[in-house]
Write a protein that binds this ligand. Sequence first.
Ligand SMILES: [Zn+2]
Length: 325
Amino acid sequence: MTQTCQDTAIPETHIPPAVCNSIALSKLRSISSGFGPLLTRQYVKDADTQTDDDFMADMEMKHKMRIEEKELIEKRAPTTMDFLLGVARECVVHELKPGAIDRSMFLKCTPLKYDMDRFNLDKVHINTEGDMVNRKSDTRPVGEGRLKKYCGTCSTDPLPQDGCPQYWEVENRVSLDKPLSQTNLILEVGVCREEQRDADHCIDGRPYSYCMTVNHCTTHGGICRKIWKEGKHVLCLPDTLPNTAGASHTLHYGVVYDDARKKIVFIDVKEKKVMSTLDNVDCSEPLWPMFGVYNSDWVTVSMRLVVGSDIYMTEEKAMIVKALS
Ligand SMILES: [Zn+2]
């Protein structure tokens, strides 16, 4: 593969974002060191004209370099700590395994924020407490780039892909003004690629999206939590929220995004249960957290983003995540 990459000219247009995962590289080096010295392309090229003595000297030099490199990698193990200290400056980090040294064994409570410049003015507003409500905005701030179709907003930035699992929560106050019917949506939380953010009023049916919706379900005749992967419905869990006018409820969910393991986990925080774990998540391009609230004629929803030190990390929650790691 490396040979192919080296032989192929780098295209001038469309350079995909580089994902640097130094953990994988050091693991690869460590594994390959068990077989013998790493031969470079230069060496292969010169092989025809080399004498046996040259060859042995070359091998010896490479062996020495390999030992030095191995020592360097071992010395550099504390970089995980540097990384964590860097992360800890801006968000809260929890250990998933006591004494963990690998960053994939830490859970980072990413400081996500609603994008105030992008939320759909015709469908939602952000109230003075910073919660997103499914009522259109009275104010009309000027500016381009607002979501026009999606009933909600995205976060200010896509999720970093640094091999460290990330976690955030949404706490929703929901009150039903009229019973829901058909597949009426209450809310949605998930992630998708940049170009999918405003393709529809929700992302559940879109490619490159992974999400959870709460909506009326025709199969179960009530309100259900539904999990979606790349536009396909994968799971339906009936909720205890009754579909009657006047009913109000708090719905509290957590999302784990793990680019190293290519997993997304949806947690019901109130029930202290994992609802679903999605595997083989396509992390080849950055994913954006999405937040949607719907159907103002039937329901009032206010969604509060719970991040960083506001997340109450119970042992149970850490164990749930650990079990999935
Ligand atoms: Zn259902």
